[in-house]
Ligand binder design. Structure first.
Ligand code: FEO
Ligand code: CA
Ligand code: CA
Ligand code: CA
Length: 531
């Protein structure tokens, strides 16, 4: 944890740079990524951009693969595709032996079901894709001889949750005629509750079962899953709470239905639980939920952020005449959250991605990835300051703006380390990454950045890892002893299907199929940063 003195220094230093955040910020294009010099304080030499098909790290860091797509975790189940959010839950307080949760955000028909992109899918192909998404719970241990994390295969805690797992709604009435949804998918980022359950967020839900509008019109998904199953699109787009030791899950209707990226819990002074959650789509909103009771997220009030006023605006139908005039019930408000949020004055943001709470200052940090139609190509990292977690007022400012001056574009996942320094990953879209697109030229492969939050280098992003071709890094999370950074390598070789050949061969090299994997990053440079 950073000292109070460091914190004061940081405020003094970056206070001058901080601009008040206005949600209509515009950022111009860039053609080359700058690199910052450190003032000799870093225990590593920051990386330049790379376009290598590997995880590239500075001297002093190393990585090992812990779990890859397709790995057997028990007699009947395998590790899924599209790894994203990770969270480690120690067993009996042992920080070197625990259950790792990993989100499986998406699938890839070319790699997962050998689909040729032209013919009608078979039931076997759809089943393979349905089983590749959701999440995984896997017991891992640090092997003291190799200093590498290893899966405990067939452990009693190993289990999958997939697009086929029945999950009840935690709500007082059925959702589109059912109290139970079949499956979870689009699982992007998440958070851990004070009572040690995890929240996993259904982000791009409409790609799977499509969507259903207020009039009941269904737009199909693009995976052909509807051919063999019939589930309501309204059953997806929720935050799901999971017990990591039993796998018991429920969908939290109270937090609304939209493209949830992250859901990050914290405690208010009076013990109620607050959850920050964003809707990752152009011109969508940031939300804060406050539970009615401690230790339970099933009932409470959802608020949407109005950045112009610095207010969290209630979305309770009983408190908002405009909601009463437009919706039949609170369930109806939560099902159509985007429309309701806009009606009550929620600010339209540039794709809110991950959220984390600074352990030193308690400020909430949010990445706004980009908003190309508005001319914001490179995104921002925004800070929200509240007097108290349960407060309905806030102040906002910008920590960092992407672009050629800062050397990064499209920030996505974030994590704070033991010292209160910030780590973030980038997600330049596969359609723009190293394709010659002039806006994103010069940024190289998606990367991991380290941002000191105090001292002479405060606020400077330093590139600390670059990923294999076409991947994005996701799900950064530290082990409890801060000696390992768990990191997902998502969709290496993402355009393989389009090209009809593998565009990455990571992690196994040669001509092998690319495999989404979770890695552990460790080494003397990481130890020095945490010392
Ligand atoms: Fe799943 Fe918005 O990234
Ligand atoms: Ca993300
Ligand atoms: Ca995070
Ligand atoms: Ca993203």
């Amino acid at each position: 944890m950073a000292s109070r003195r460091d914190f004061v220094k940081f405020m003094g230093r970056t206070g001058l740079l901080a601009a008040t955040f206005a949600p209509f910020i515009k950022v111009t294009g860039a053609s080359a990524a700058a690199m910052f010099n450190s003032n000799g304080t870093l225990p590593f030499t920051p990386l330049p951009i790379t376009m290598k098909d590997d995880v590239v790290l500075p001297d002093g860091f190393n990585y090992h693969v812990i779990l890859s797509w397709g790995d057997k975790i028990n007699a009947t189940e395998t590790f899924g595709f599209g790894n994203d959010y990770t969270a480690f839950f120690p067993i009996n307080g042992n920080s070197l032996d625990g259950v790792l949760w990993v989100n499986h955000e998406g699938t890839d028909p070319y790699l997962v079901s050998n689909y040729d992109g032209k013919s009608a899918k078979t039931k076997e192909q759809v089943d393979a894709e349905m089983l590749s998404v959701g999440g995984a719970l896997v017991r891992i241990k640090l092997n003291p001889l190799t200093n590498k994390w290893e899966q405990v295969v067939n452990d009693k805690y190993n289990r999958r949750i997939s697009a086929k797992t029945p999950i009840p709604f935690a709500w007082h009435e059925p959702i589109d005629g059912s109290n139970i949804a079949i499956g979870t998918m689009g699982n992007c980022a998440g958070g851990v509750t004070p009572w040690n359950t995890l929240l996993t967020c259904e982000e791009g839900f409409d790609g799977f079962w499509g969507d259903k509008d207020e009039k009941g019109t269904v737009t199909p998904g693009h995976l052909q899953w509807e051919k063999f199953n019939s589930y309501s699109p309204l059953h997806y787009g929720w935050v799901v709470e999971v017990d990591p030791f039993t796998g018991k899950s429920k969908k939290l209707v109270s937090l609304g239905r939209f493209a949830h990226e992250a859901a990050v819990p914290a405690l208010a002074k009076d013990g109620r639980c607050v959850v920050y959650t964003g809707d990752d789509a152009n011109d969508e909103c940031l939300y804060k939920f406050i539970s009615d009771k401690p230790g339970n997220l099933e009932i409470g009030t959802l608020y949407v952020a109005n950045f112009e006023k610095g207010e969290w605006v209630s979305m309770d139908i009983e408190k908002q005449d405009i909601l009463k005039a437009n919706f039949k019930s609170q369930t109806d408000v939560l099902l159509n959250c985007r429309k309701a949020a806009h009606l009550v004055g929620g600010s339209k943001l540039d794709r809110p991605e991950d959220i984390e709470i600074d352990p030193v200052t308690n400020d909430v940090f949010i990445t706004l990835s980009n908003n190309n139609p508005k001319g914001n190509y490179h995104g921002t990292i925004v800070r929200i300051t509240e007097d108290e977690r349960g407060s309905l007022k806030f102040k906002s400012s910008v920590l960092l703006t992407g672009g050629k001056e800062t050397g990064f574009s499209s920030p996505d996942n974030i994590a704070f380390d033991k010292k209160g320094n910030l780590w973030f990953t980038t997600d330049i879209s596969g359609t723009a990454l190293n394709t010659g697109d002039p806006i994103y030229a010069g940024f190289g492969n998606n990367s991991l950045f380290y941002v000191p939050m105090s001292g002479p280098d405060a606020g400077k992003p330093f590139r600390v890892a670059t990923g294999p071709m076409e991947c994005e890094f996701t799900g950064p999370a530290f082990s409890p002893d801060f000696k390992t950074l768990f990191l997902s390598v998502q969709h290496p070789g993402e355009t393989s299907g389009r090209h009809g050949k593998y565009t990455s061969n990571w992690p196994n090299g040669g001509n092998s199929m690319p495999k989404c994997s979770v890695i552990g990053i460790s080494g003397p440079a990481l130890d020095a940063l945490m010392a």
